[in-house]
Write a protein that binds this ligand. Structure first.
Ligand code: ZN
Length: 293
């Protein structure tokens, strides 16, 4: 089924999000700046000499297990997925994201602050048709334990489903989340869902010297009783957050995805591999994937 054809959008005015990076602890300012047709999403390291640009596409993605990073030469941006999910779901195709540090802010572990800022900016329609990547067949990647499948959309929209199951020993219970991706559904159902770790993972991160400033209030830390010193925003908040990450990682295809994506225990690396696979089929589709020139 064909998707609804729409035009590209940028934001109407510049907006800022400020916070500290989870890994680095560094304070950073992120400015979202309106951009012309053909820009795509482009990060700019405003703190480095020459303000290097890092276009968001699969050629700038670098593998990293717990977050999604981009690099062009020495210029890097880290943990882009929560901002990318918000830009993608709010249908913002062209935007310059200027950041005065390497790592995007962790905020409360969710995309909520990005959604709030970008909605405050408002959207402007642009005189170009939006690229669409229409999934016209079923593709499955991964293993029996952890896989992602893309298949044709039932209704011309993007749908995502995340199935989380860390086994009976995990303090995080098996849970599922499924929803269509639209600006409204993203803001309500995905964006507030926060990053999570187990108490054991939190301890080992602290021992390795990263994220030492991050407290139980800055993300969800689970022990066997549930979230430590925090309350869940949804009973299946973890599955929702993994669905949010999936949206942010697949946004690297640089087009509106029309398809149904189901992930069973997938993470950033598998999401990146699926984005690559989707781009391969998109080469057959007019207005397909955004590729660096
Ligand atoms: Zn995340």
């Amino acid at each position: 089924m064909l998707g609804r054809q729409r035009n590209e959008h940028t934001i109407a005015e510049r907006v800022r999000v400020t916070g500290r990076g989870y890994w680095s602890g560094r304070g950073v300012n992120v400015h979202f700046i309106p951009a012309s047709v053909g820009t795509g999403i482009r990060f700019v390291r405003s703190d480095l000499a020459g303000r290097p640009e890092i276009p968001v596409d699969l050629s700038t993605r670098t593998d990293q297990s717990l977050r999604t990073n981009l690099a062009v030469g020495e210029a890097k941006v880290e943990m882009i997925e929560h901002a990318m999910a918000a830009l993608y779901a709010l249908e913002i195709d062209n935007c310059v994201v200027a950041i005065d540090g390497e790592e995007l802010p962790g905020l409360d572990g969710s995309s909520a602050a990005y959604v709030d800022a970008l909605r405050t900016a408002g959207l402007v329609m642009q005189a170009a048709p939006r690229r669409q990547l229409i999934v016209d067949r079923t593709i499955r990647i991964g293993t029996a334990a952890s896989w992602i499948e893309a298949s044709p959309s039932p209704d011309g929209r993007m749908h995502v489903e995340y199935r989380l199951d860390y086994g009976p020993e995990s303090p995080i219970r098996p849970q599922t989340f499924a929803a269509p991706v639209s600006p409204e559904s993203f803001a309500r159902e995905f964006a507030p869902a926060r990053t999570f770790v187990t108490a054991e993972q939190a301890e080992s991160l602290r021992r390795s010297g990263v994220a030492s400033h991050v407290t139980n209030r800055d993300l969800l830390v689970f022990d066997h009783r549930g979230p430590v010193g925090n309350l869940l925003r949804y009973p299946n908040e973890c599955a929702r957050h993994k669905a949010l990450d999936l949206v942010g990682d697949l946004a690297l295809v640089g087009a509106e995805l029309v398809g149904r994506i189901v992930s069973h225990r997938g993470g950033h690396q598998l999401n990146g591999s699926m984005a690559e696979q989707l781009c391969k089929i998109a080469d057959l589709v007019p207005l397909g994937c955004r590729r660096a020139a």
